[in-house]
Design a protein around this ligand. Structure first.
Ligand code: HEM
Length: 470
């Protein structure tokens, strides 16, 4: 099917692309253990420079390129020896979502929480692929001009995002077709002189996503939008400027929940986080994050995870196309179209929307949340885990920040051994600035429910009461 690309002007942007046609126990332990998560709870910071030998990626010959070898903003394409990607043992349609539970008993600390990313885990796909694809395709079709953005160069400061987006699509097609051969097939260009693909192969001209029966001719698609349809992740492209800062020069952010690409596009990494009032950014994150970006090599991708909670609308008034508010947390944040809707978990124009009964969210739900004596029904609370990955591309030097959102109903979490106790402990441990940022007031009434569930588990011998002391 031919792709329809709408070049829609938006603010000062050159291009806002919208498509009409674009249309495990070990694993469980790794991500669920209260002592080994990559959360922002009290977990050791890793620079990503070293991996435990068990998780080291299998690289062919490594091309360790030190980013210090270039002047800021002047990346020269480099040859990169790509790793061997091991095909997934299972078809993603048979893979349950990875149960990330990145919260800990007790103390919460703001930190980067980076860990080495094995190459085989760049994009994680699972049985929810088709569900995500439908929501993402609908978002792209109906709101693509806002949710997909590619900036032109700012002369003298930073390159535009288009070339990096085009490089990314090739990288994703190479990776996905190797990692999930039962989900994707690719066709390559036939020119003998084209050796720009992985391992010196010709570049990819066509990719088919088998379960949704969709074939994309890469040259005919707007690359940033196509990147958003290939996997389940939202993607931000960060490009180094001549001042050494990294700028958000392109992105496809279809299911962000609580922030909007249109509010962040073109910003430096500092401004992205400061405008979102990320707690303790200045004191705990800014220096390390900027240094990490400056030094990030090609062959050491990293990953991190965070978690948050949202209250969703009751089933009788929920939007049937996205009843869990995966794409946009309307009950928490109000109307996505509202020009005054500010980044952050709460709408910044309200001082205390939940306590005052104000806010821009669904009035019926917000007024319930506002009433501290009326507890929010636990069945309306969802945990959002963002599994984020970072890797640098060899040709443009851009850093790809991919965000995979996992959503889990609180009542499901509460039935997992130990989890309600650990979760309640984590929520109680947030310092005030974190509690405000994560809008705890909107759902803290579920703490009693979590306590009861945990007590019942202990009484039934399903978990040990000692967890709280660890
Ligand atoms: C080393 C890399 C990064 C680290 C350690 C980091 C850290 C954080 C932290 C701690 C938060 C608060 C929520 C949480 O608990 O995670 C946050 C929020 C956020 N980050 Fe990052 N971040 C990184 C890279 C990026 C990049 C490259 C982008 C580009 C789009 C980005 C965009 C955001 C946005 C949009 C928010 C939400 C802010 C808001 O509420 O408005 N982050 N980040």
């Amino acid at each position: 099917m031919a792709t329809v690309l709408n070049n829609l002007g938006h603010r000062d942007l050159l291009l806002a692309g919208a498509f009409a046609g674009l249309g495990l126990f070990a694993i469980y332990r790794r991500y669920n253990s209260s002592s080994s998560t990559s959360s922002s709870d009290s977990v050791k910071v890793s620079t990503g420079a070293e991996a435990p030998s068990s998780t080291k990626p299998a690289l062919a010959a490594r091309s360790s390129i030190s980013p210090q070898q270039h002047e800021p903003g002047e990346w020269k394409p480099v040859q990169f020896d790509y790793p061997t990607i091991v095909p997934s043992a299972d078809d993603p349609r048979n893979i349950r979502p990875v149960p990330y539970r990145p919260f800990k008993w007790g103390e919460y600390q703001v930190m980067m929480g980076l860990r080495t990313m094995p190459w085989d885990e760049w994009f994680e796909l699972d049985e929810q692929f088709e569900h995500y694809y439908r929501i993402r395709e609908n978002r792209l079709r109906t709101r693509g001009e806002r949710l997909v953005q590619v900036l032109p160069a700012t002369p003298g400061l930073v390159n535009g995002g288009h070339d990096a987006a085009a490089e990314l699509v090739q990288e994703m097609a190479e990776y996905l077709s190797r990692r999930y051969p039962t989900m994707y097939t690719v066709k390559r260009n036939e020119s003998a002189s084209d050796s720009s693909g992985w391992y010196g192969l010709p570049s990819i001209k066509e990719i088919t996503i088998i379960p949704v029966g969709k074939t994309y001719k890469i040259d005919e698609e707007e690359p940033m939008a196509l990147a958003g349809m290939l996997a389940q992740d939202d993607i931000a492209i960060m490009i180094e400027g001549s001042d050494g800062q990294y700028y958000l020069q392109a992105g496809v952010v279809l299911i962000p929940g609580m922030w909007r690409l249109q509010d962040k596009i073109g910003m430096s990494m500092d401004d992205i986080h400061i405008s979102g009032t990320v707690p303790q950014y200045d004191s705990k994150l800014k220096f390390g994050m900027n240094r990490f970006f400056t030094r990030m090599p090609l062959d050491k991708p990293v990953t991190r995870a965070n978690y948050s909670f949202q209250v969703v609308a009751p089933p009788d008034i929920a939007d049937p196309s996205d009843p869990n508010e995966l794409s946009w947390a309307k009950t928490m944040k109000g109307d996505e179209e509202d020009e005054d809707n500010k980044p952050g978990y709460l709408n910044a124009k309200d001082d205390a929307p939940y306590e005052s009964g104000g806010g821009n969210g669904n009035p019926a739900v917000i007024s319930d949340l506002a009433n501290s004596t009326s507890a929010v029904n636990p069945s309306l609370v969802r945990m959002r885990v963002e599994r984020e990955t970072l890797r640098r591309l060899p040709r443009t030097g851009a850093i790809i920040f991919a965000i995979r959102t996992y959503q889990t109903p609180l009542v499901d979490l509460a039935s997992e051994p130990e989890i309600p106790g650990r979760l309640a402990s984590a929520i109680r441990s947030w310092p005030e600035d974190v509690a405000v940022y994560k809008a705890r007031a909107a759902y803290e009434s579920v703490l009693g429910y979590l306590d009861k569930q945990y007590a019942a588990q202990v009484a039934a011998g399903l978990t040990s009461p000692l967890g709280a002391k660890e």
